[in-house]
Design a protein around this ligand. Structure first.
Ligand SMILES: Nc1ncnc2c1ncn2[C@@H]1O[C@H](COP(=O)(O)OP(=O)(O)OP(=O)(O)O)[C@@H](O)[C@H]1O
Ligand SMILES: [Mg+2]
Length: 252
């Protein structure tokens, strides 16, 4: 569903991403791994319109979306989280999710026309969506807490919940497990697997190799901006180039 062809991005003399091509298949969890600075976040920024490529193309289904603005790409059904920043409006968890739900992709103009005059029930729908997601992420008891007052790990979980509340078809998560405690990690990975089971697609940047190997259907490995390997977790975990560049030092 998301496909990139020869995607290239330079920063001055550094080529952060060098002719990278791969495809994320629908209803899979696809891992994007590689050493620090290998171009993973740059890939996310290019695919979601936060950066423009120097060369190459991005396709969403049959449609070329190269260079579209972030808000345009998100309206097509791609949601993402950011590696370091969690920037929440000064709202409760529940209200953050209600706002995200109001931005749902599915609430099309047609949808609104069919529900003419039922703005109140639409608002109730957003409330129900928010409550369901709070429960699903195990943060229902925090519904009325101001998001900025949460501990870091819970803020990261909320970031994923907010992305999901926008009703995407593809969820791109940049190191969602960083800063979570072991119990939170297990819980979030269970949630991600259940999201995939419902037909959503996930593209996951993550350094936690245990989680990656357990959850992913397919893994793409970057090294110095180039595509080093791609395959199933079993294939990647015994790929000599990947072990040399990454697994040997970080996870073996
Ligand atoms: N806006 C920018 N300006 C200049 N250089 C950048 C910019 N963004 C990224 N880079 C450089 O591009 C390279 C790839 O960075 P990127 O953030 O994509 O790596 P990453 O794989 O996400 O690493 P990490 O695992 O540490 O998050 C790095 O050398 C980085 O310093
Ligand atoms: Mg990164």
């Amino acid at each position: 569903m998301l496909r990139v062809h020869d995607l290239t991005r330079r920063f001055g003399r550094l080529t952060a991403l060098d002719r990278v091509s791969f495809e994320v298949a629908e209803a899979t969890i696809h891992g994007l791994i590689g050493p620090n600075g290998s171009g993973k976040t740059t890939f996310f920024n290019l695919a979601t319109g936060f950066l423009q490529p120097n060369a190459g193309k991005v396709f969403w289904g049959d449609r070329e979306v190269t260079g579209l603005a972030p808000h345009h790409i998100s309206r097509l059904g791609i949601a993402r989280t950011f590696q370091n920043t969690s920037n929440f409006a000064n709202l409760t968890l529940r209200d953050n999710l209600v706002v995200a739900s109001r931005n749902r992709v599915q609430t099309s103009v047609l949808h609104r026309m069919l529900h003419l005059g039922s703005a109140r029930s639409e608002e109730a729908d957003h409330g129900r969506t928010a409550d369901a997601i709070l429960e699903r992420f195990g943060i229902g008891h925090l519904a009325h807490t101001i998001a900025a007052d949460l501990p870091g790990g819970t803020q990261k979980i909320l970031g994923v919940a907010i992305a999901l509340a926008t009703g995407p078809r593809l969820l791109m998560l940049d190191e969602p497990l960083a800063g979570l405690n072991p119990a939170e990690k297990v819980q979030l990975m269970d949630i991600l697997r259940s999201i995939r089971a419902e037909g959503l697609t996930l593209l996951l940047i993550e350094h936690d190799m245990k989680a990656i190997m357990q959850a992913c259907d397919r893994i793409t490995v970057l090294s110095y901006g180039t595509l080093l390997a791609e395959g199933s977790p079993a294939e990647i975990s015994r790929d000599p180039a990947t072990i040399k560049a990454y697994l040997g030092t970080e996870a073996a």
